[in-house]
Design a protein around this ligand. Structure first.
Ligand code: ATP
Length: 355
């Protein structure tokens, strides 16, 4: 972990800040949003030449590409990014591809509180945090022997649903589990999924107030997952097993959704609890985060996971969402991050939002 004092001393020499992120996930939105707030942008790309698809999106193309051969190389060349006064904005792929351990060692001022990683990447600690905050999570089965109903099994880390599977019995679990990988077994919750995009600002004093700062809701999406979302077209999933077809949950895209309005107070209450608990546990989760929820027919939220940085579902709302529009038009999560950096800079509080 890079020490707080070290980040502050790096920042002392920073002048004209640049926003840097890895060219994947939500990078178009992040570059576009950073540019809207007047920042220079740098895209880290793996390979010998910049990804061509940015040419098709001139308003979201980074001002500069930083080419590396591997994710590990980013660690070794962090000094070059410091020279460019760069602030890293993490997203799911940035952290997952680099590896949480390396990401913690990156000697580059990074948006948000990197301490959150220890609480997010270990599913046991994540549960301790969320349940401790009063959040209702799906029941967890400690061992496969306890399986007495449909369960959902997933591995550690943000895998975009890859490898996750449903089992209804211990035998089904044993057949599908990959050895040597850490996993968690949750009750399979039946309902409808909502991925709620929040933003916690420790700097803003207004709006939906928390004990410190304020909470915003910038949008909600639902993920399109292959092949579970289309399997029904072939008939009952039981009969498909004869053809070797099992449901999989790999994210392929996102769909915009809104919640019935009467659920919004609970959605805010959940976000508030999670942030307040994070302030107590590790000094606060700063910036964007997402509660991944299932709403049952009893209108109860079950939160099956938290993502503690920008999620790709926010890409739907580059020009704003039905929620962010009611606070400020044209406010994407990417732009909101850049706005927070700007605000911190003006208040002389960059060290409070970077780690
Ligand atoms: P991420 O990249 O968000 O970290 P992941 O690989 O950790 O993804 P999850 O997001 O936890 O996996 O789960 C993938 C998908 O599985 C969800 O989008 C949802 O459709 C389904 N799912 C997860 N947990 C449950 C559950 N307890 N009950 C029912 N469905 C679930």
């Amino acid at each position: 972990m890079v020490a707080r004092g070290e980040v502050s001393s790096i920042l002392e020499d920073y002048r004209d800040l640049a926003v840097v992120t890895v060219c994947s996930h939500s990078s178009l939105q992040l570059f576009h949003g950073a540019r809207q707030e007047g920042f220079r942008t740098i895209g880290i790309a793996i390979g010998k030449k910049p990804p061509k698809f940015y040419d098709a999106f001139p308003r979201a193309k980074p001002d500069e590409f930083f080419l590396v051969d591997s994710y590990e190389e980013i660690l070794d060349r962090a000094d070059e990014l410091v020279e460019k006064s760069a602030v890293a904005v993490p997203h799911g792929s940035f952290v997952e591809y680099m590896g949480a351990k390396s990401f913690l060692k990156l000697r580059l001022p990074t948006f948000g509180n990197r301490k959150v990683l220890a609480w997010e990447s270990d599913r046991e600690k994540q549960r301790e945090w969320l349940v401790g905050a009063g959040i209702d999570m799906p029941r967890r089965f400690k061992t496969p022997k306890e399986i007495d109903r449909p369960v959902f099994v997933k591995y550690y880390g943000a895998k975009g649903g890859k490898g996750a599977f449903i089992a209804k019995t211990e035998a089904e679990f044993r057949e599908a589990i990959k050895p040597g990988q850490k996993y968690t077994i949750q009750e399979y919750v039946v309902g409808t999924r909502y991925y709620i995009h929040y933003f916690f600002s420790p700097l803003v004093e207004g709006g939906y107030r928390l004990s410190r700062g304020s909470l915003e809701m910038l949008g909600i999406d639902r993920r399109d997952e292959a092949n579970i979302d289309e399997m029904y077209k072939l008939g009952a999933s039981e009969s498909l097993i004869d053809y070797g077809l099992y449901p999989t949950f790999v994210v392929t895209g996102n769909i915009p959704v809104v919640l019935r309005e009467s659920l919004l107070p609970t959605a805010f209450d959940m976000g508030e609890r999670v942030v307040e608990a994070s302030l107590d546990l590790f000094g606060g989760m700063i910036g964007p985060f997402c509660l991944e929820t299932i709403v049952t027919d009893q209108l109860k939220f079950k939160v099956f996971e938290i993502s503690t940085r920008i999620v790709a579902g926010t890409n739907l709302f580059i020009s704003g969402s039905p929620y962010s529009d009611l606070a400020e038009p044209n406010m994407s999560t990417g732009r909101r991050i850049a706005r927070e950096i700007r605000l911190a800079q003006k208040k002389g509080r960059l060290a409070d939002i970077l780690s």
